[in-house]
Design a binder for this molecule. Structure first.
Ligand SMILES: *Cc1c(COP(=O)(O)O)cnc(C)c1O
Length: 440
């Protein structure tokens, strides 16, 4: 027997000691883990002479490439001053500056920032704050939530209760508090001859009917604005958001916008809600907030909601905490991320990149196995016509052989590349995807 390579040894140690996320571990009896030794720009390097284009941004977080010199420098500089201090009773420059700058970016209406580490925690915070607001106003019966069919808001128990993805949810149903889901505006569900806008307005009518019947016991509507990510990048018309805002106002229900995946330019504007010209009562952000470097999430909310918690009675306060709330290193990474957006005119530059990738993708969009090729901002997606249930795993492997990291959601293949991707890399992405489509 030949001696094991160091990479094979690492794979085996990982399988013994690391329980990998979202994985049936037995699959790794036949599917080799990919060991990553280092990364730079859009490329992941495995140390065995292979590289992979990080076409889904390391689970939707990486914006400005790996080992970005400016973000690296900002974190290093912060590291020498203050890595972390608890945020109860203490504060520090990075968390204050980040809160001020985020508020300015969303027009100063959401001026109060509450920090956690992961997206699911941000969902929990928004749900609890919404309920607690109504409780403080003497309306404790407003304790139900409504979300969209196929929505995803994270996988802790509260977040899973407002999530509607059977694969993640079904097993845990007995642990969850049942919520309501209203029909999705996703245009893949449109009827024959119905435009995306007509379909969105029909879905909004269903929301109206739900709120008319249940507003008295409903605290909030939570939704993923414009794109339902985990549902397979389902895209919908912004008119749905405009109607949702009007209906929430009319029926005194909070609107929680979960921009954890779509925030920070993914839909073509800094935040997706901008495209509908609306502001939510709670804005949840995470993932791209630190350009993928460190876990950090925020819930931003209004003066009115903040004021309902303010007073002498401790029970009126939001007594919720996460140990690493407002971590200084993570906040510094987020500030460096905002600097890059501003200094490099990223939103505008991305428009040119999106035009290029759309044009380059013509052979994909017209491929005989491809359905519903679509793009919004810096997200591309399409369905592959097949009834083979092992498509996602097989396609993932075929893509790796083409130097691409692509991880389909069911039959949906999607691109969520770092914004630093250049034209040559976009060409490689399309050519590799075409080759994987023919080879899986
Ligand atoms: C990823 C995601 C979450 C959960 O974030 P985690 O950091 O994985 O907990 C919540 N909502 C949406 C829309 C997401 O895409």
């Amino acid at each position: 027997m030949s001696p094991k390579s160091p990479h094979e040894a690492l794979r085996q140690r990982s399988l013994k000691s690391v329980w990998h996320p979202c994985t049936q571990m037995k699959r790794h009896e036949s599917l080799a883990l990919v060991t990553i030794a280092r990364a730079e720009g859009v490329w992941l390097y495995d140390g065995e002479g292979r590289r992979y284009l990080d076409a889904i941004g390391s689970w939707w977080v990486n914006l400005f490439g790996h080992a970005n010199p400016r973000i690296n420098a900002a974190i290093r500089e912060q590291l020498d001053r203050l890595e972390h201090v608890m945020l109860a009773g203490f504060t520090h420059e990075p968390v204050v500056e980040l809160s001020e700058r985020l508020s300015k970016l969303v027009s100063n209406q959401l001026g109060h920032c509450f920090y956690a580490s992961d997206g699911a925690s941000a969902t929990e915070i928004a749900l609890k704050m919404s309920f607690h607001y109504w409780h403080n106003l003497g309306r404790p019966e407003k304790n139900h939530f409504v979300s969209l069919q196929n929505d995803y808001h994270g996988e802790t128990l509260g977040a899973l209760s407002v999530t509607d993805v059977a694969l993640f949810k079904e097993t845990y149903a007995p642990l969850l508090r049942p919520g309501s889901h209203v029909p999705t505006p996703d245009w893949r569900y449109a009827s024959e001859g119905e435009s995306p806008q007509e379909h969105a307005l029909r879905a909004a009518a269903a929301l109206e009917a739900h709120l008319a019947a249940h507003h008295a016991e409903t605290a909030a509507l939570i939704l993923e604005p414009l794109i339902q990510g985990a549902a397979g990048m389902g895209m919908y018309h912004p008119d749905y958001l405009r109607r949702a805002r009007e209906l929430c106002d009319r029926y005194q229900v909070h609107l929680i916008a979960d921009e954890i995946a779509v925030g920070f330019g993914r839909t073509g504007t800094l935040f997706a809600c901008e495209q509908a010209g609306i502001l939510p009562d709670f804005l949840c952000i995470g993932k791209g907030l630190t350009a993928g470097y460190l876990p950090l999430s925020v819930v931003m909310t209004t003066e009115e909601i903040y004021a309902a918690f303010y007073g002498d009675n401790p029970a009126r306060a939001f007594l919720h905490s996460h140990t690493h709330s407002g971590n200084a290193l993570a906040c510094r990474a987020a500030l460096a991320t905002l600097d890059i957006f501003e200094q490099d005119g990223i939103i505008e530059a991305n428009r040119g990149k999106a035009r290029y990738l759309n044009q380059a993708s013509t052979p994909l969009a017209t491929h005989p196995q491809v359905r519903n090729f679509r793009n919004c901002g810096m997200i591309w997606a399409f369905e592959v016509e097949t009834s083979d249930p092992s498509f996602p795993g097989k396609f993932f492997q075929a893509a790796l052989r083409q130097e691409l990291s692509l991880r389909p959601l069911g039959n949906t293949v999607y691109f969520m590349p770092p914004y630093v991707i250049n034209e040559q890399e976009m060409d490689l992405l399309v050519a590799g995807t075409l080759a994987a489509l023919d080879a899986w």
